[in-house]
Structure formats: C-alpha cells, structure tokens
Design a protein around this ligand. Structure first.
Ligand code: NAP
Length: 225
C-alpha cells in the first residue's frame, strides 16, 4: 500500500511543487486546495486527487480528516504549507486587527487545526512538516511584515510543542524555511526556483533521519529559531 501524504495550499506555488515531488517519490498524494476549480486543475496536472480544504475553516478541516480516515484509514505525511502574507507594507504600529487575525487564522491556526485533526491518523514513522519562514526567526527578528512574521514565530513555537507531544508516538515534527522562492507570494525577484524551495520539506517528509524532530531547517541544514 502506498504511503499517503497530504499537502495544504497545494494548488500553486511551493505546495504544488512539494505535491509533485512527493508523487515522483511514490506517495499517494492528496492535494489540498480551497478552490474547487484550481484544486481540480492542479491535481490533474500531476495525476492525483484533489481534497477540498480551507485550513481557516474548522468544518472544512474536520470534513477532510473524516474523508481521509474513511478512504485511507491513516496519514503518513502532513505538509502544512498554506500561508498568507497580508501586511508586507505595514509596520508594527500601523496596527490593523483584521489583518493580524486573518494572518494568524491561516498561518498559525490553520496548521494547528490540521495537526489536531490529523495527528490521530498518524502512526510511528509519520512526519509533519510546517512551512515557516526566516521572517519568524526570533534570533533575527526584524521589522518587516509584522503579522506575517509573528504568525511564523508562533508557528515555530507550535512546532516545538507538537514535536514533544508526538515524540512518544514517534511522529517527527519540524519547521522549514523554504528560502526566498519565485511564487505569487515570493515574487519574480526571488532567488530560488520552485524545485529548490520545495526540496527541504520533501527531504524532511521522506529521507531525513526519523530521529530529527522539533527542529528548524533551511537548505537541509538546521537553523536557529
Ligand atoms: P503562494 O504562491 O501565495 O501560495 C499560497 C498557497 O496557500 C495557495 O495555494 C493558497 O491558496 C493557499 N492558501 C492560502 N490560504 C489558504 C486557506 N485558508 N486554506 C487553504 N489554502 C490556503 O505562496 P508560496 O510562496 O507558495 O508559499 C507557501 C508557503 O511558503 C507559505 O506558508 C509561505 O508563508 C511560505 N514561504 C514562502 C516564501 C517565498 O519566498 N515564496 C518564503 C518563506 C516562506 P489560494 O490559491 O486559494 O489562495
């Protein structure tokens, strides 16, 4: 039986490329997307299944978990990739509560919701990869995009908590900074290709030592929180 991987926000960008690379490695890939047309089109491009999934909606996450449980009975790899960048132009004192809440809703709570719903379907050897960002590194915190940066720092804290909670079950949980990648979010000036941007997440989901958990990586190397 094929190992089953679920990637959130996989209709485009880094998530799509992670899904594509996992397909090439023999996984049964569930391509999570919130838009039906885009999800179906993306899944067709790589010959896999589209899973309706809006990580900001508790009911959508619950329905997706119920479907995976009944169709597959388990999940081997979860990639929490869905993310939004809504405050590139704002400073920390230019506070807009709606923007901050909308950012946390996807970047932090989306991944947390997914972990709570899907961890019960994961067994020994399972792997969860949270797509974070260098913008969330506390050791290098700057002033850029405060809601986005704080949401990624919070995602990192969640990653550490989850890694400890799932250690006894031998499910590895790590965070990744993909680097600056050419996507709609990263823009055309970005320095990394999609293939390179997806590489570390795919490595953590497949061949990285299973003992690595509760850590933060970029370019397959550990980096400080
Ligand atoms: P992107 O091209 O903007 O793609 C973002 C993806 O997330 C899209 O598929 C989008 O779906 C999905 N998404 C947003 N909200 C969602 C929700 N509520 N439910 C489900 N899916 C949702 O961005 P990207 O560059 O590939 O980013 C992927 C991840 O890498 C993000 O977590 C991002 O923060 C992180 N990252 C990116 C860079 C970079 O340079 N690109 C750098 C560091 C970290 P729709 O198409 O429906 O909007």
């Amino acid at each position: 039986m094929k190992a089953v991987a679920l990637v959130t926000g996989a209709n485009r960008g880094i998530g799509f490329e992670i899904a594509r690379q996992l397909m090439l490695r023999g996984f049964g890939v569930l391509l999570g997307a919130r838009d039906a047309e885009e999800g179906q089109a993306a899944a067709e491009r790589i010959g896999t299944t589209w899973l309706p999934l809006d990580v900001a909606e508790a009911a959508s996450v619950r329905e997706a978990a119920d479907w995976v449980r009944s169709e597959h009975g388990r999940l081997d790899v979860l990639i929490n990739n869905a993310g939004v960048l809504l405050d590139e132009e704002r400073g920390v004192l230019d506070f807009d509560e709606e923007t901050v809440l909308a950012t946390l809703q996807v970047n932090l709570l989306g991944a947390w919701r997914m972990a709570a719903a899907f961890a019960p379907l994961m067994a020994k050897g399972g792997r969860i990869v949270n797509i974070s960002s260098g913008a969330g590194q506390l050791s290098r915190m700057g002033t850029w995009a405060p809601a986005y940066s704080v949401s990624k720092a919070a995602l990192d804290a969640h990653t550490l908590q989850l890694a400890q909670a799932l250690k006894a079950k031998r499910v590895a949980v790590n965070a990744v900074c993909p680097g600056w990648v050419k996507t709609r979010m990263g823009g055309n000036g970005a320095t990394k290709s999609l293939e390179d941007g997806a590489d570390t997440a795919v490595w953590l989901a497949t061949e990285a030592p299973a003992s690595l958990t509760g850590r933060f990586f970029r370019d397959r190397r550990e980096i400080p929180w």
